[in-house]
Design a protein around this ligand. Structure first.
Ligand SMILES: Cc1ncc(COP(=O)(O)O)c(C=O)c1O
Length: 456
């Protein structure tokens, strides 16, 4: 007989798909530094955002409600893969010979293979409800583009995706996946937009450039909106189903985390796993540590400046208060394509600034070393993005061993790596290098920060 104390998977029935998203904004209060209009530099109003987003999402962006109900139609689609499993990494614990208890929430079971459909489905739903016909977006590694393609297909919306050039070249099957779900995909920078043409010399592309292209297209047509896969408040909000489920699943395991870890591209999967637990910390004084893991080649939280900056390269999006490497910083082409972004979610940046969340930077060879160790122990081949979180989880488990502590570690395994095997191949052949973050390049990008009020 398999007794409970040896359980590997902690699963919830469909009836326990959360009925509400956790809005940490209600706990944090109104932001001391509101987002600003890119032209007037005045605080942003709902009307400023209306050409790009449906009103329901704009309201979520500014909501002070502690919880926001998940529409039934969204929950029905969530039921295709949610609740996702929580695993106890017993084999990894054994391989590390650590007294730590390691848990991971696995979002790779969604049809697109990552956490991104949690918000894609919600965004497609609200746009459809407000009569929109088409969504445009950017994608880095292809995870977000494929998630939005899937969601648009489910709601009968058209989907047009600008894919960062280097990923478009490295990941032809991600493009085929988007096309299978009915989307149109362009290599960015493209010659379809003014923004793309102006950035043609940045041949490998960046998320910032691809965002500019998608926003430009959305602004040009009344029946078209833009959809963002991370950074914004409503995106982080939708991802909190991850942490809400994890709380219930850890209860089943009779545990509570000492450390919660997530990788950070724009901040949404980290917010998803961490914000429901951060609410406990803020309200009940729990002593849990929270660690955000980012790539050393794009070290936004650990080496960026805290300032108002644009979300895109060309400067069409609102100015957001965040740690930034400069909106026109083009990060080196690391394999974790989903982590190549110059800024991060303003809510996460504020939490880092306040010391509620710790940030750490990981080199890609160290991330792949952890990914291979994880795959050999647990079976699942992780995406390069969550491999940054796995590196930190393993290091925490080894530190617990050193200290002789039974630490409970939780991390978000935000996606599988089945479309990233070329990167694994390079790592296994010893051909993967650590791309250095160039101080000169960043200095130059920071000199071009937009004029805006200084942040305290
Ligand atoms: C699997 C996976 N994890 C993490 C990320 C990082 O994004 P975010 O910080 O918004 O979760 C991405 C982005 O594409 C991703 O595809």
């Amino acid at each position: 007989m398999h007794c409970v104390s040896e359980r590997t998977k902690f699963e919830l029935p469909e009836s326990e798909i959360p009925t509400a998203w956790v809005n940490l904004g209600a706990d944090l209060g109104p932001p001391p530094h509101p987002p600003l209009h890119p032209g007037t530099k005045e605080p942003l109003t709902p009307d400023d955002l209306a050409p790009l987003f449906p009103m329901a999402l704009i309201e979520q962006e500014m909501s002070a409600e502690p919880e926001i109900e998940i529409p039934e139609e969204v929950r029905e689609i969530y039921a295709l893969w949610r609740p996702t499993p929580l695993f106890r990494a017993r084999r990894l614990e054994k391989a590390l010979d650590t007294p730590a208890h390691i848990y991971y929430k696995y979002e790779g079971v969604s049809p697109a293979g990552s956490h991104k459909p949690n918000t894609a489905v919600a965004q497609a739903y609200y746009n459809k409800a407000e009569g929109i016909r088409k969504l445009t977006t950017e994608t880095g590694a292809g995870q977000w583009g494929s998630s939005l393609a899937l969601a648009c297909q489910m709601f009968g919306l058209e989907c047009e995706v600008f894919m960062v050039g280097v990923s478009y070249d490295q990941k032809p099957y991600r493009r085929a996946m988007m096309e299978t779900w009915g989307a149109t995909v362009h290599r960015s920078p493209s010659n379809l937009t003014e923004a793309g043409r102006s950035q043609a010399s940045h041949e490998s592309g960046s998320l910032g450039i691809a965002i500019s292209e998608a926003v430009e297209l959305a602004l040009a047509a009344d029946d078209t909106h833009y959809s963002l896969g991370s950074v914004l408040g409503h995106v982080c909000l939708h991802q909190t189903v991850i942490g809400a489920e994890a709380i219930r699943q850890l209860e089943l395991a009779g545990e509570y985390p000492d450390v919660v870890i997530g990788c950070v591209g724009g901040g949404s999967n980290f917010a998803g796993i961490a914000y429901p637990f951060i609410r406990h910390k803020l309200r009940e004084g729990k002593s849990t540590r929270f660690i955000a893991a980012e790539p050393a080649a794009c070290p936004t939280l650990t080496r960026g400046v805290y300032a108002y900056d644009f979300g895109d390269t060309v400067g069409m999006t609102p100015l957001m208060p965040m740690y930034t490497l400069g909106h026109d910083f083009v990060p080196p082409p690391v394999h974790a394509g989903g982590l190549r972004y110059h800024g991060d979610a303003p809510s996460l940046c504020a939490l880092v600034k306040e010391g509620v969340v710790e940030a750490t930077a990981v080199h890609q060879t160290k991330a792949f070393e952890a990914a291979v160790q994880f795959a050999r122990a647990e079976g699942i081949i992780p995406g390069p993005e969550p491999s940054h979180a796995i590196r930190v989880a393993i290091d925490e488990a080894l530190a617990a061993k050193e200290a002789g502590e039974e630490r409970v570690i939780l991390f978000n395994l935000s996606g599988h790596g089945h479309f990233d095997m070329a990167a694994y191949d390079a790592y296994l052949r010893g051909e993967l290098t650590d791309l250095e973050f160039s101080e000169e390049e960043m200095k130059a990008a920071l000199e071009r920060l937009p004029e805006a009020p200084a942040l305290a």
